[in-house]
Ligand binder design. Structure first.
Ligand code: 2BA
Length: 148
């Protein structure tokens, strides 16, 4: 049993582990769902952040949200895509991190979310923290404890 006998990791600020906004694929709430589907398909990500024109976090978009919105009784109504806005289909209830949050909060939340959006004091999107980054950091810390 590994004993994490100090709180250094849990209290660490998250700032060093954020993937900055310029590297994160995103869409704007006013974009068409067709554009959203294009970005999701081209990047290969299952879910991406939705921002407004001032770069404030508005929600999350996935391909599932789009297909559900254009699902007819017997077929997928692709012709609806161009007139449907991202803001009409996105998930608005988003769990997010503040830049000032600790690693512990990120660790708690990443159990149920593959990634977390990070916003500054003004609500501006600064990037994401992924499950991969958090696990990598946790692994590094555990290995250091074992070998120290
Ligand atoms: P998913 O798209 O479901 O991806 C799950 C995992 O698959 C990713 O875990 C990553 O390890 C791998 N993966 C998927 N697409 C990839 C790609 N194009 N290049 C490299 N690896 C890829 P995480 O890295 O922990 O990411 C968790 C979630 O964060 C992703 O879930 C995605 O929704 C989001 N994400 C990660 N990086 C992003 C970025 N640059 N822009 C937008 N969203 C991102």
């Amino acid at each position: 049993m590994i004993s994490l006998n100090n709180k250094a990791l849990l209290e660490m600020p998250i700032t060093d582990f954020i993937i900055s906004s310029d590297k994160v694929a995103h869409v704007q709430s006013g974009n068409s769902a067709e554009h959203g589907l294009l970005v999701l398909t081209k990047t290969g990500y299952s879910s991406i952040p939705v921002l407004d024109v001032k770069y404030r976090l508005q929600g999350l978009l996935s391909a599932k949200m789009i297909t559900e919105a254009i699902l007819g009784l017997e077929r997928i109504e692709y012709d609806k895509l161009a007139n449907l806005k991202v803001e009409e289909v996105m998930e608005r209830e988003v769990v997010y991190l503040k830049v000032t949050d600790s690693f512990q909060r990120a660790l708690d939340l990443v159990i149920n979310h593959a990634f977390l959006c990070v916003v500054d004091e003004a609500g501006t999107f600064v990037g994401i923290m992924t499950r991969r980054i958090i696990l990598k950091q946790l692994k590094k810390y555990i290995y250091t404890q074992i070998h120290s």
